[in-house]
Design a protein around this ligand. Structure first.
Ligand code: AMP
Length: 191
């Protein structure tokens, strides 16, 4: 079974939920760059202060900051046997950096899971999450900005991973359990 995974998909596609479930199933940590930024913002760290000026507007945090954070996290002991990266890479430069980070660790990616969903469904889910969680970046304006950035910068990365034979595309619409089963079936078929 695959162990070094990236999970991609637009905001609202259920990446965080599925990453946590897969992590449990595979016995590896789920590493969410968004969660790490949010924890730092909450803790009032220097990294948090810097990140917040971008996350609050729905913009990407600069690559040098994000890349260094991921290099540090992926190199920690609990990730030695595998990990699920959620929310990284998000642009072409981050794809290059992730390859470099993993090459330095003497390893590479096994698969990239893409969760797909159309924008009306995503908007409905994100509006619901905004009501429940009250995330600072779940306002109408930032939601639209984040989905645009995903379409422009992140979605094109899946074709690069497909060319490398790493991509597993999964329909993200449905019950949480159903989607998890689809992901696991997709990974098993790709192995
Ligand atoms: P997420 O929870 O994955 O939607 O991330 C929340 C926010 O954190 C994003 O809107 C960005 O501002 C920032 N962020 C998360 N991951 C990255 C990344 N790979 N590169 C740059 N910024 C990121």
């Amino acid at each position: 079974m695959s162990e070094r995974l990236v999970i991609m998909g637009p905001q609202g596609a259920g990446k965080g939920t599925q990453a946590a479930r897969l992590a449990e199933h595979l016995g590896v940590p789920a590493i969410s760059t968004g969660d790490i930024f949010r924890a730092n913002i909450k803790g009032g760290t220097e990294l948090g202060l810097l990140a917040q000026s971008y996350t609050s507007k729905g913009e990407l945090v600069p690559d040098e900051v994000t890349n260094a954070m991921v290099r540090d996290r992926v190199g920690q002991d609990d990730a030695a046997g595998g990990f699920i990266l959620d929310g990284y890479p998000r642009n072409a430069a981050q794809v290059v950096e992730l390859d470099a980070i993993l090459a330095d660790l003497g390893t590479g990616l096994d698969h990239v899971v893409e969760l797909t969903a159309e924008r009306p469904e995503l908007l409905a889910r994100l509006r619901k999450r905004a009501e429940i969680e009250g995330r600072e970046d779940d306002t109408e304006e930032t939601i639209a900005r984040r989905l645009d950035i995903y379409d422009e910068q992140t979605a094109p990365l899946t074709s690069a991973y497909a060319e490398r034979g790493l991509l597993v595309r999964v329909d993200g619409i449905g019950q949480v359990d159903e989607v998890t089963d689809r992901v696991l079936a997709g990974l098993a078929a790709a192995d």
